[in-house]
Design a binder for this molecule. Structure first.
Ligand SMILES: NC(=O)c1ccc[n+]([C@@H]2O[C@H](COP(=O)([O-])OP(=O)(O)OC[C@H]3O[C@@H](n4cnc5c(N)ncnc54)[C@H](OP(=O)(O)O)[C@@H]3O)[C@@H](O)[C@H]2O)c1
Length: 337
């Protein structure tokens, strides 16, 4: 099978930062695994971070987490799907990735692909939908429906992959006023299109802009650059409010939340799959819910850039885009030569 991998850590400009490979076919699926024929993948910051910093010491490591495709075989304990079904999923960080023609994935973290999306559009959604859903509903425990009406959520970093889903979920599934941030006219316009009520500029004084709106925030989802925004977050979080962050490798002074009895939460979307938690099927359930919401027109996909076929050159273009830090929505590659 064809696959895209990296063998050593290189900057994105290096010609061998990602390489095209032909590898032996995969073994039959075991346990809860599905064998997926991969049709499309999207690029996430985690792909670029691993490629740049997690050295596989010459052993090819296949990256890729978001994927959509068709089930070609099932393990003996896989009972949720039938062969031939179309699915989308975000995979697991401790297993080989989805940038390959065939891929093994545990069915408890796989959802059925929305019927009204192409494979490319569907591949733009799983990782960011899982992250945004778990952050808003599992960590911050925002109630769905009308119970939070009159309150506001602040989503810092609204136009990127995760923000694109968080804005929509907060706007469409809760009664909250949705306040987000963007620093450029095009990223601001994207946030407004997704349903944000107010868009602040994260390059300006975030606390002053938030205070000018006349609200404090019982809920803050900080999608990126949390350390940079930490003082502003602590200034505008409501007494007894909650903050959730997803950044990698940062240390925060959570003592600054104490006087407000505010709580802090981490979201790590790979936690359920890496630790095999008893409730890991929650990701299957939430992806199916997302599929239903897409099919009924409540949510939209986040694909903004089609990179072309799945190969090293095109995926590297996607890595360069996410490393640039100005991504709007998601970049997707589709099909094989
Ligand atoms: N823990 C987890 O489970 C998990 C899951 C997914 C992602 N992540 C991490 O979360 C981060 C965001 O992921 P993503 O996919 O949303 O990234 P992304 O798509 O690359 O985010 C790009 C966006 O970041 C915004 N941005 C740039 N600088 C900013 C700043 N100083 N303050 C606020 N926003 C800023 C940009 O907005 P403008 O262009 O308008 O400036 C741009 O739209 C990454 O570090 C990723 O690795 C963690």
């Amino acid at each position: 099978m064809k696959a895209v991998a990296y063998t050593h850590c290189h900057p994105v400009t290096h010609e061998d930062a990602l390489v095209d490979l032909t590898l032996p076919d995969l073994a039959e699926p075991r346990g809860h695994d599905l064998l997926i024929e991969v049709r499309a993948v999207s690029v996430n910051p985690v792909d670029a971070k691993l490629r740049a910093a997690a050295d596989p010491a010459g052993e090819p490591r296949i990256l890729g987490f978001d994927a959509s495709g068709i089930i070609r075989a099932r393990g003996p304990q896989a009972h949720v799907f039938g062969a031939g079904e179309e699915v989308f999923y975000a995979g697991a960080v401790n297993r080989p990735g989805s940038d390959a023609q065939f891929h093994l994935v545990d069915e408890r973290i796989v959802g059925r692909k929305p019927k009204n999306l192409t494979f490319a559009e569907a591949a733009s959604m799983p990782l960011t939908s899982i992250t945004a859903w778990e952050a808003l509903f599992d960590r911050l425990r925002i109630p769905q429906g009308t119970a939070a009406e009159g309150k506001a959520v602040l989503i810092i970093g609204g136009a990127g992959g995760v923000g694109s889903m968080a804005i929509q979920l907060a706007r469409k599934l809760t009664g909250l006023t949705v306040v987000t941030t963007a620093s450029r006219p095009e990223s601001r316009a994207w946030c407004e299109k997704l349903g944000a009520h107010h868009v602040l500029d994260h390059r300006g004084d975030l606390a002053a802009q938030a205070k000018a709106l006349g609200v404090t925030f019982p809920y803050i989802f900080s999608v990126t650059q949390t350390l940079k925004h930490w003082d502003a977050i602590c200034a505008v979080v409501a007494p007894q409010g909650a903050v959730c962050a997803i950044d990698d490798f940062i240390t925060l002074d959570i003592g600054k939340l104490k006087s407000k009895s505010a709580s802090f939460h981490w979201e790590a979307m790979f936690a359920r799959s890496v630790y095999g938690t008893a409730d890991m099927i929650a990701q299957h359930n939430l992806l199916n819910e997302v599929a239903k919401l897409v099919e009924t027109g409540v949510l939209r996909h986040a694909m903004t850039k089609h990179l072309g076929l799945i190969n090293a050159a095109h995926l590297l273009e996607g890595h360069a885009l996410v490393e640039g830090g100005t991504m709007i929505g998601k970049a997707v590659a589709e099909g094989w030569e």
